[in-house]
Design a protein around this ligand. Sequence first.
Ligand code: ZN
Length: 437
Amino acid sequence: MASPAQKRVNVVVSRLIPPVLLGVVIYASYAVTKPLCIDYLIHPLPSYNRGPRVGAGAAIIAIYYVLLIPMVVSYLQLYYQVMWNPGYLPLGEQKVADDENAKQLKRHRGKKRARKPDPEKTNQADADVERGLKSTAVGTAFQSDFGLESFYTRDVFVCQEDGRPHWCTTCCQYKTDRAHHCRELGRCVRKMDHFCPWVGGVVSETSFKFFIQFVAYTCIFCTFALIVSAYFTGEIRRQTGGVNPHWCVCIGLSGLFAFFAAGMTLSSVQMGIFNITTIENLNRRTAVWTLAIRVPEYLLDRLWAAESPWAPTYRMVSYPIQAPSSPTQPQTTNPSPGERHVFAILHTLPGENPFDLGSPLKNLQQVMGYTVFDWLLPIKHSPCADHSSMESHFALGPVVTRLRQEAGLAPPPENGAAVPRSPHSGQSHREKSPSEQ
Ligand SMILES: [Zn+2]
């Protein structure tokens, strides 16, 4: 658990690294352009005692800067998203009111009376949101049902055992699916991947694609700089017995960054292939997801029919919020069809990922996009950052289809045909909505 001092150190370090990276790139560009290409290949200094190789020098300069451009552009896009579009969830009303009260206290009592956060409370909050534990009985903050509409108007959302979405005790807000509370920044972030000191902030659904592009382009760029500087260092050593110090520094820097960037590229692509975040990966093999899955209207009519022998085998929750029911305590009320939103509370098996779309390509497309240009150019946002579907906050895979079938919430596939509903079939439940029947 990061202490407040550690958090401050993390933030300060993250602010320092970007200018350091900029300095490294400027120095490497100088080392390759001047001492290597100009002073050794294009117009060799007299001390080298050899003829010019203009073609080789020009080609190396051209390739170097062509590779530098996508790295720099993807970094700028990544930096922009992390700084100005980080994907924060809005703060809850209670949190906004508390912050405003704290500001007023500061104004009236001066800096010495400024409220310090209670470390015990902060740690409890962190523990809640980090581990996804049930967040019950957290004072008045939990009582608010504000914001639940954005959950129960969809077909599926991640929930706790009582059918409510997870609650962040620090932000006083319900966490949308896959949102995570960032301790360094004190905010919940949509599909947070990790806190990245390279860019000084949180890599999330708005920036993960650009992060992958940046580390991949960095890996290619550094590998090229490493090969060029190592090749000519070997050549000059064979011919003169000496080395150029700038080239040696370039070998060290490019080798180091190529190594790290390759590792980050591989691990990030792996996350994309599995459709998980770095945080979700921590307990990927044991995690059990609890999902609220909408019970279709035709089943509700059967359930609440007079003297119905039919009883569900799962817990249910009704929205607008009511007490959860169970098979032994069936729901007895029958709210008006236009207003009822009834969900079955179902669990995945340990290690199952409801957001895994069933193929590495489909999963990667959720991050990188659907065309070659989307994959290569740091322009468009990831498809997974679009939450307009009324099916769920994120596209859902075969695990949810299976859960639906096992619970009798969806017709079984006919003749072995797979998946009756597409991941974004947002209109499907609306076709059966009471208001349209
Ligand atoms: Zn939060």
